[in-house]
Design a protein around this ligand. Structure first.
Ligand code: HEM
Length: 420
């Protein structure tokens, strides 16, 4: 059975009655790697039912991540929250991993997300010193303008693809505003970012050539900002003491890679969920947009994993994890842990206590969390205000240019809600 084609089995019935004790994740029907470990795939990490069963089966599981490497998966909130801030875990993977053999499933632009510790610390410092709450607050009006500009261009009362017309371009436009990429250069960013999403986050010839063109463009933009700074993030990072152009380029690439896909996913899956449940969209309370977005972050959990590596043997929930092992928090499981969230599968926009880990935690906590929150609040509030009768459409036609690409047909209806 391939890792993509597995069939879930009943977890209890699948337990062997006798013999050596096996990790219960195996009984979820996961493909087995040559080392005899269940292979956890991206699909498994996004499926709430599988995640629930993994969590119920235990807090720690020894698995193979996407056919890539052996590691440990954490499924419960308390174990993940402790692990992510534990100094015995770090972000840099050991160099000695065998080279990738299976499909590139549980990965992103790895060179940027799993940098050597010293480079990571340097880039993180460079970004966090400049991507401040003040900078995000100063960007709010421009974020609103970008949301309105995209929505102004959509034909009202016609079926449109929400992903292509809003959820995908909006975070890219916001990143360009943040970084100070002028209108004339945004095509380079879009070509790369859209290709990256369309290819499922894998490096392909298309993304590689778009990546090269974008890098070339960014190098020239950074050189210009070096001598003639503006009020944007690239200029601010370039002005910092000891900044090198290479570091600024790496920081910009990291922000572009990290800062679009989770926002697109949050808006796509979040809005789809709000529209699918009768009454939820029409009764969205503008005064509750902040808690609504927090609840969407918890329920959607746009980024499936937060990963670390063991620096020195560590015991988690009674299991000893040896030095060098990967520790991967399955955030979708963690964010629906009933030990931490009452009625965890319910969407409750008024949930009073919501310590979700959608942005991770600790020394790799999301650097764009404040910006992402403003983006999501602006998007949800603007859509609900302008299109109170927005609804999912039935059109399921594949996109002619990209038959495999995901679509979300909607009708953005601007007519006011009828009185109850
Ligand atoms: C809904 C939106 C977003 C979600 C759910 C999200 C989630 C995450 C998660 C889970 C991590 C890993 C944290 C960890 O391992 O502890 C992360 C890292 C990161 N995020 Fe986000 N993110 C979002 C939006 C953004 C945006 C808009 C930006 C940039 C403008 C951004 C920039 C980053 C960066 C640079 C990192 C790497 C941090 C590091 O390695 O030190 N993210 N994000």
């Amino acid at each position: 059975m391939t890792s993509k084609g597995f069939i879930f089995m009943d977890i209890d019935r699948a337990q062997p009655p006798t013999g050596p004790k096996k990790d219960p994740v195996e009984s979820l029907g996961a493909d087995m790697c040559p080392a005899g470990l269940p292979t956890v795939t991206v699909q498994m990490l996004r499926d709430p039912d599988t995640l629930r069963r993994m969590r119920e089966a235990g807090a720690v599981h020894h698995v193979n991540m996407g056919g890539r490497e052996p590691g440990w998966i954490l499924t419960r909130h308390d174990a993940a929250a402790k692990a992510l801030v534990d100094p015995r875990l770090r972000g840099e993977p050991p160099r000695a991993w065998p080279s990738r053999t299976g499909p590139q499933e549980v990965t992103d632009e790895e060179d940027l997300f799993f940098l050597p510790d010293d480079v990571h610390a340097r880039l993180r410092r460079m970004i966090s010193r400049q991507l401040t709450p003040r900078r995000v607050a100063a960007l709010t009006a421009r974020i609103q303008r970008e949301a309105d500009r995209l929505l102004d261009a959509v034909a009202p009362a016609e079926t449109v693809d929400f992903i292509a017309s809003f959820a995908r371009p909006f975070p890219v436009a916001v990143l360009c505003e943040l970084l100070g990429v002028p209108e004339t250069g945004r095509g380079h960013i879009r070509d790369y970012v859209y290709g990256w999403i369309a290819e499922g986050g894998e490096a392909t010839p298309v993304t590689k050539s778009a990546g090269l063109a974008m890098t070339e463009y960014l190098e020239s933009l950074i050189a210009r900002r070096w001598t003639r700074p503006g009020d944007d993030l690239i200029s601010a990072m370039a002005q910092a003491d000891g900044a090198s152009r290479t570091d600024v380029l790496s920081a910009v690439r990291l922000l572009l890679i990290a800062g679009h896909r989770p926002v697109t996913r949050l808006l796509t899956d979040g809005v789809a969920m709000l529209l699918a449940r009768p009454g939820l969209w029409r009764h969205l309370d503008p005064a509750r947009v902040e808690t609504t977005v927090e609840e969407l972050l918890r329920v959607v959990t746009p980024t499936s994993l937060s990963s670390r590596y063991v620096k020195a043997d560590i015991e988690i929930d009674g299991v000893v994890l040896p030095e060098g092992g990967g520790v991967h928090c399955a955030l979708g499981a963690v964010n629906r842990d009933p030990a931490r969230f009452r009625d965890p599968d319910a969407f409750d926009p008024a949930r009073p206590d919501n310590p979700h880990l959608a942005f991770g935690l600790g020394h790799k906590h999301c650097l764009g969390a404040a910006l992402a929150r403003v983006e999501a609040r602006t998007a949800i509030a603007t859509l609900a205000r302008r299109f109170p009768r927005m609804r999912l459409a039935r059109d399921r036609q594949p996109r002619p240019d990209r038959p495999g690409a995901r679509r979300m047909p909607v009708i953005l209806d601007p007519s006011p809600t009828p009185a109850p």
